[in-house]
Design a protein around this ligand. Structure first.
Ligand code: DGL
Length: 258
């Protein structure tokens, strides 16, 4: 039997599991090794050179597992490290992109809020994307320092409290289109919709996985009938806390978010 292609996924912590969930919807010969750098999470408030070092270390760790490609399932790591690491490693390095483009194109003239970490908001990659889309006037950047950390701790009540003033501002400004520019925030969809059901939420997960599978030569892979069918995965979390492993399981197995 043909060996499945082994790929690595990395994130600062739990966020990339939302991306892993998206891959697991497909039936294709892949094996996924996921590394959550919980010892160093969250990344979003660190400086770019520290994030580059941490991401490089995680990629080296994944390469020891013999992965043939790596997806930085983290917008922050992508912004701070993808370009450099693509030059350093011989295997393909993929990254995330906030779904601003579909959000703007599918909602012409409407304002779009981008929720992301301070690093993602500040880095060159996003500035370039905004310039290419001529989206500066329509985009409302909302930096969320600390929010990913709440997800990593499984503190969804704290996350809701955190989001309330942000949601109030969106309501006041009449903004209903929201891009989740951090893979952790995908686990907060239900909370966001519970507070404002009219919100139209965008994230980059499904687009990224389609692009990844296509680039790996997996043309038109089938969507499985049950999540998780067909693809094997292994979770590596550098945490000594039991609850991190329980939370990872819970997030991976929940139908929606929390
Ligand atoms: N999941 C990450 C992202 O997509 C990182 C969040 C963090 O570590 O601050 O940006």
């Amino acid at each position: 039997m043909k060996e499945p292609l082994k790929i690595g996924l990395m994130d600062s912590g739990m966020g990339g599991l939302s991306v892993l969930k998206e891959i697991l919807k497909y039936e294709t010969e892949l094996e996924v090794i996921y590394f959550g750098d919980l010892k160093n999470s969250p990344y979003g408030e660190k400086n770019a050179s520290t994030i580059l070092e941490l991401t490089r270390d995680v990629c080296k760790r994944l390469i020891q597992e013999d992965v043939k490609a790596i997806l930085l399932a983290c917008n922050t790591a992508t912004s701070a490290a993808a370009e450099t690491l693509r030059k350093e490693f011989s295997i393909p390095i993929f990254g995330m992109e906030p779904a601003i483009k579909p959000a703007i194109l599918q909602n012409p003239g409407k304002r779009v809020a981008l929720l992301a970490t301070p690093v993602t908001q500040k880095e060159e990659k996003l500035q370039k994307l905004k310039k290419d889309l001529k989206a500066d006037d329509l985009l409302l950047p909302v930096s969320c320092p600390g929010l990913a950390g709440l997800v990593d701790r499984g503190d969804f009540i704290g996350a809701e409290e955190y989001l309330k003033p942000i949601l109030k501002k969106l309501r006041e400004e009449g903004v209903e289109i929201v891009v989740l520019g951090c893979t952790h925030y995908v686990f907060l969809k239900e909370i966001l919709l519970k507070n404002i059901p009219e919100l139209k939420l965008y994230d980059g997960n499904s687009g990224t996985i389609k692009h990844l599978l296509n680039s790996l030569g997996k043309k038109n892979p089938n969507l499985g009938s049950t999540e998780g069918e067909g693809i094997d995965y292994k979770l590596l979390l550098n945490s000594e806390e039991n609850f991190h492993f329980e939370l990872a399981d819970r997030l991976l197995n929940s139908k929606s978010g929390v």
